[in-house]
Design a binder for this molecule. Structure first.
Ligand code: G16
Length: 539
């Protein structure tokens, strides 16, 4: 196959010219920003995915058009490597450079990527693309597809899917069906079969009730949850809210519920302690919440899911008589209460890494069973090949190992998957006979608060030690330390967001009032020392 790189430039000039001179950067989860400036980035990521597939011997690469938890005017793109992981770190800078070159330099730049990486441009290339339900996503998806076509790659469009569905399709295709069938039906079938086999006819148990409210954030997660329900055999009663009538993520969804610590818009009046779930705009994160009988909002976030799952899996390993290493991976956002519980009660090794699923996933691969969750509800569990082999062998004689095999099938190991995670939580709560009260009673969260600070250039903030220590601007960390030392059980850190143009502040302390005061003190320090813009600190 002969490829004329002139085509890459011609397409760009005619259809996807670069319309912004503001540099863009491959951030926490790919590129993100206002949709009107992303056409050229999308086209170029189609080009890059095609090259990436070629360098990986024609394995499928995924490109997901989504801005996940961001507001409606934003969009973005996440690249998925052949094993379902986020794009390899060394290619992030290649992606950033490619996204920023001028149109006139594009042809030469692509030629350089090809020669630097010794890519055989005549070889086959396969790219899967999917999108969320933002109104600008179809336009941007077409730009990605044209990028693939410009380099004569094969493109398969999946339309509107959740991010974790696309990860699933990529891995299913690259394992030639061993992981599942690379179709929507294949995805539903695998998860529903595992869930319903685990549940059997025991729909309720102890304090567990078979009913929940599902906040779909007006995103693709709502649509797909409805598809799940159509195919399930009444094994779970779910009332879906925020199905798509309002704006994506606006006053609803996992990010809103977690950060604002408040119920989403559109909540029906429900009995106290009713289990409620919120997912984000592309359904790769999930948090639980409920309102108690005093009308107080209570959150069960990613830390809670991680501890519930780790506890359950440890118990299952004992029942299976298997000695496998298990580790739990968190980020600096993990509540101090959860970290104490994991280390001192569960006695599971716990690691802290920088924000971003790519970091957590990478670390979790070091264990036989790696449980990773960000506090915002983004996470999954991964089982090594060794663990899977041992569990399979044990399942010949041990019924618990059979259950564990179904649990593995229920989990989307490729990436955090809100619906799969929710089905897993439901399975565990059911098996324990727990309601949300029992779950919440496992440990106490420290009160915590997040703020967003607008600054001129968020990159003036740099961090180390898994983002817990701020390196620049010089003097900021000393000032934070001084403030924190005045608060009982106080902890705070600051970091630039990799998905929004803000600096994030996290604070926790012994009481709610102290937490608020600490967060605002640290927020003011950022505002003063890191070039704050505008008067307010945004909660
Ligand atoms: C993405 C990443 C998450 C990260 C979140 C916020 O989530 O996948 O790992 O926690 O962004 O990142 P930041 O604080 O850097 O803005 P999503 O759900 O938006 O794709």
């Amino acid at each position: 196959m002969s490829i004329n790189l002139r085509t890459v430039y011609a397409f760009a000039r005619e259809m996807y010219p670069k319309n912004s001179s503001t540099p863009v950067q491959y951030g926490t989860a790919g590129f993100r920003g206002r949709a009107e400036f992303l056409d050229s980035v999308m086209y170029r990521m189609g080009v890059l995915a095609t090259l990436r597939s070629r360098i990986r011997g024609g394995a499928v690469i995924g490109v997901m058009v989504t801005a996940s938890h961001n507001p409606e005017p934003d969009n973005g793109v996440k690249l998925i490597d052949p094993k379902g992981e986020m794009l390899e770190a060394s290619w992030e800078s290649i992606a950033t450079d490619l996204a920023n070159v001028e149109d006139s330099e594009l042809e030469a730049h692509v030629a350089k990527i090809i020669s630097d990486n010794k890519i055989d441009v005549g070889s086959s290339s396969n790219v899967f693309v999917g999108m969320d339900n933002r109104y600008h996503s179809p336009r941007l998806l077409k730009a990605v597809a044209d990028g693939v076509i410009a380099l004569k790659g094969n493109v398969r469009e999946f339309g509107i899917v959740t991010t974790p569905m696309l990860h699933f399709f990529v891995v299913a295709a690259n394992t030639r069906g061993a992981y599942g069938q690379p179709t929507e039906e294949g995805y539903y079938r695998k998860l529903i079969t595992a869930f319903e086999t685990l549940r059997g006819d025991k729909l309720e148990n102890g304090n567990y009730r078979n009913k929940l409210i599902f906040d779909g954030a007006n995103g693709v997660g709502a649509r797909k949850m409805l598809q799940f329900l159509k195919r399930m055999h009444n094994s779970l009663q779910v009332e879906v809210i925020n199905k798509g009538d309002g704006k994506i993520n606006e006053n609803c969804g996992a990010d809103h519920v977690k950060v604002k610590q408040a119920v989403p818009i559109g909540m029906p009046i429900v009995e106290p302690y009713t289990r409620c779930v919120s997912v984000d705009g592309d359904a790769d994160r999930v948090v639980y919440f409920f309102t108690d009988d005093a009308g107080h909002f209570r959150l069960l976030d990613g830390d809670r899911i991680a501890t519930l799952v780790a506890d359950y899996l440890m118990d299952m390993l004992k029942r299976c008589d298997l000695d496998l290493s298990m580790g739990l991976v968190q980020t600096a956002y993990a509540n101090g209460g959860s970290t104490d519980y994991i280390a001192n009660t569960l006695k599971v090794p716990v690691a802290c890494v920088p924000t971003g699923v790519k970091h957590l996933h990478h670390k979790a691969l070091q264990y036989d069973i790696g449980v990773y969750f960000e506090a915002n509800g983004h996470g999954t569990i991964i089982f090594s090949d060794n663990a899977k082999c041992l569990i399979k062998a044990q399942s010949e004689t041990n019924p618990n190992a059979k259950i564990l095999l179904q649990i593995i099938d229920l989990i989307n190991e490729t990436v955090g998957d809100a619906i799969s995670d929710m089905l897993l939580v439901e399975t565990i709560l059911n098996s324990k006979g727990w309601d949300v009260k029992d779950w919440l009673a496992t440990y106490d969260d420290l009160p915590n608060l997040q703020l967003k600070i607008k600054v001129q250039d968020r990159n003036v903030i740099t961090t180390t030690d898994a983002e817990r220590v701020c390196v620049t601007p010089v003097g900021l960390q000393e000032a934070i330390d001084k403030v924190v030392s005045n608060y009982k059980r106080g902890r705070a850190f600051v970091r630039p967001s990799g998905t929004e143009d803000v600096v994030r502040v996290y604070a926790e302390a012994a009481t709610k009032d102290e937490t608020e005061s600490l967060a605002y003190e640290v927020g003011n320090l950022v505002h003063q020392l890191a070039g704050g813009v505008g008067p307010e600190l945004i909660h």
